[in-house]
Design a binder for this molecule. Structure first.
Ligand SMILES: C[S@@+](CC[C@H](N)C(=O)[O-])C[C@H]1O[C@@H](n2cnc3c(N)ncnc32)[C@H](O)[C@@H]1O
Length: 211
């Protein structure tokens, strides 16, 4: 089970089920997770459901198909060495991680104010080893893939990468990591009914009863 903080409340999210019932946040944000869950639509729907009226719902995912250059170089080299492994390329596995599918996913549940934008982060490596060594860590899709290969195949991918990645005079490697961020402002959501006193009655948390 993972715990995340949404303002002053906690969300407990299991790996099999998206249970946001403890959350009643003004903003719900999913970072680099949407493409991993079995039903991204259900997850986004839950995020909208538990967000207070007027709140914002957003998600960002890596641009595996292009601008996440560290991984893009890796999979291009891996597929060049082992063409039959192209289906493991994260761009192939996660077609949702592109502007149009992301926008479509959010539009299906939120009719208004959906926008997608790029977030670019500079990723500079001191030298090739600084770039390559984390891939040997056996955690994450690319390192797990590498760990399943024999030494010869692993070294071929390393050498292919070394040949294709541009290195500066000081041996550093300057890349960019791009994420696509989709968000929806809930401005169009209808207001909740008012209590008899005329004061707005915020929804109670399903679990603890707090307003
Ligand atoms: C790439 S990491 C991103 C971590 C962090 N949110 C960030 O932005 O750095 C992906 C995360 O998704 C989580 N994850 C994968 N599948 C999940 C699922 N079905 N339900 C909840 N979390 C999941 C993993 O445990 C991991 O922590």
């Amino acid at each position: 089970m993972k715990a995340g903080v949404a303002h002053d409340r906690f969300a407990f999210v299991t790996h099999n089920k998206h249970d946001f019932s403890l959350v009643a946040g003004d903003e719900e944000l999913s970072g680099l997770v949407l493409n991993f869950v079995s039903d991204p639509q259900a997850m986004a729907t839950e995020m909208v459901r538990v967000t207070r009226p007027g709140g914002t719902v957003g998600a960002y995912v890596w641009d595996y198909g292009g601008g996440m250059q560290m991984l893009r170089h890796f999979w291009d080299a891996a597929v060049q060495v082992n063409p039959h492994d192209s289906k493991l390329d994260q761009a192939e596995r996660f077609p949702t991680c592109q502007p149009e599918p992301l926008e479509t996913l959010f539009r299906k549940i939120c009719l208004n104010s959906v926008s997608v934008r790029a977030i670019d982060v500079a990723t500079v490596f001191r030298n090739f080893d600084d770039y390559w060594t984390p891939f040997l860590g056996k955690q994450g899709a690319a390192p797990t893939y590498l760990a399943g290969l024999d030494d010869a195949a692993r070294n071929r991918i390393r050498d292919t990468l070394k040949a294709r990645i541009a290195t500066s005079a000081d041996r550093s490697i300057a890349l960019t990591a791009r994420a696509w961020a989709v968000s929806r402002s809930e401005k169009a959501r209808p207001a909740r009914p008012r209590a008899r006193s005329g004061h707005h009655a915020p929804a109670r948390c399903n679990c603890c009863g707090l307003r």
